[in-house]
Design a protein around this ligand. Sequence first.
Ligand code: TRP
Length: 329
Amino acid sequence: MEIVVSGIRSTGNLHLGNYFGALRNFTRMQHENKCFFFIADYHSLTTHPTPSNLHENVRQVLAEYLACGIDPDVATIYLQSDVPEVTELYLLLNMIAYKGELERTTTFKEKVRNQPDNVNAGLLTYPVLMAADIIIHKANRVPVGKDQEPHLEITRKFARRFNNMYGTGFFPEPEAYNFGEKLVKIPGLDGTGKMGKSEGNGIFLSDDDKTIRKKVMRAVTDSGPTEPDQKVAEPIKNLFTIMQFVSDPATVKHFKEQYAACTIRYGDLKKQLAEDLVSFVAPIRESIAGISADRDYLRKVVRRGEEKARESASKTISDVRRIIGFKPF
Ligand code: TRP
């Protein structure tokens, strides 16, 4: 049994890319591993310091986690800001993190480009907090996408450095978890690239039927195949890829054959895809709405999560303090 930690920033609603790339697998792995899933609300402050919607965003993501099948009786699901031990470890790790290596992290350089007017120290030390999130539970596995690889790399470095500095094997070096399969990448509806939060190319788990239909009908296509069996262009390939996740295999086959025979009508393809997406998303959306309205349930989930997460975290912190040399008088 492995210890698994993963977090998600509370900066917006989850989309199908998050669902197929991560959440679906979280619900599978929770039964075979000791899983800690948390909402990275502190991390959200590095880019979204807006008190007016902080709480709402956290509640939304929490409800979405639960609606997708994370079971609070099986996994530990909690808020980062409920576990002060994480911030303590973050402070301690900051003493062994070097400014230069943080400045060289590709994700930091990208953030600097994205928000040149707000290069706060939290952005620079984002990977330190993330490392604390992970090693506070002495995790071995971190199920994240490829974009998070630099952060995992640096997390391993900090774990190793701590161990070397204090002559211990205390922290394991956590590895990425790819669910024993190729990382799935859900494309967006804008013809190129993957589905993302900020790209405006995604279908959200909270989208209503009308929005889903509108987004799909507006999806980028091309002028259509002109020769039999011609290579499928990227925008159309992307629609087929999404279809493979939500439609019947016979439906996918039908449209692929039509494409190969040059008889395909993109309008029909989109209508079918829209309906299949609607059927897929609607029950999840309704479940999100139900859970999100049930304040008593959410309060219970969060309290229980906090308790379980702190039990694990406080054990690590007291060991770390002892290893570093703090002693009671
Ligand atoms: N940086 C991650 C992201 O943007 C979120 C995150 C924060 C995280 N702490 C983590 C993921 C710890 C895994 C483990 O997606």
